[in-house]
Design a protein. Sequence first.
Length: 277
Amino acid sequence: MNLAQALPTRMPAPAATRPFLQIKNVAKTYMSARGDVVALEDINLDIQAAEFISILGPSGCGKTTLLRCLAGLDQPSAGEISIAGKVVAGPPDNLGVVFQRDILLDWRTVLQNVLLPVEVYRLKMSEWTPKALQSLDLLGLKGFEHRYPWELSGGMRQRVAISRALLLNPTLLLMDEPFGALDAMTRDDLNLELQRIWMADSKTVVFVTHSIMEAVFLADRVVVMSRSPGRIADVIAVDLARPRELAIRETDEFTRLCRRARLLFERMGLMRGSVRA
């Protein structure tokens, strides 16, 4: 049985009394000899447990900066981020991160790359190796466990990175444009895989992208950011049924949601509108 066959239809999670992830009045300024750079300004957002959030915006709007603050890799210059009621002062427990570059170690096999967190946390290799193999199997990488990253395609490498991020079963998964460098067909395939994994495990996911269609296809809500300094321009609720197939992108409702985001960017001067004679 493959992962798609094993998945039930996922119903929306009931609203929690307290958000799992809270971003309150967050700002981030980078100091520079040539003048300070304000990357984020007045960011406020509540995210519920098991919610899938897409953060959508143009290059330079602070998407990655926000994700780094959520991961505890950077600290806000103002405001506060909390996860499960605990203020983030460094990388939190139960966190998985996937970057645009897969950051695999070329001298380690696929399996050894996936098991890297087990080594870092000094866990029992004998206990986690079967789980790593199962994860690779679910992501379509059975038979490639002992290959090296340089022997894989870009899409396969990113599957390895996702498998590594998910191995310790994090409650929060942060993804920074993980499919941005892939071809369209591979990107579509991994969008479906990611949705299936999320539906199976009910993780909280924050997914950064500059693709309107990708953001709408994956998310429960799309957070649209303005140009630098990054602010939240709008939050778009995506009330499309799940599981979603690629064909949903041809529906009127999907088009309407994409158009709403596109109009926001047009008003901000970030996209051109229709060409007129």
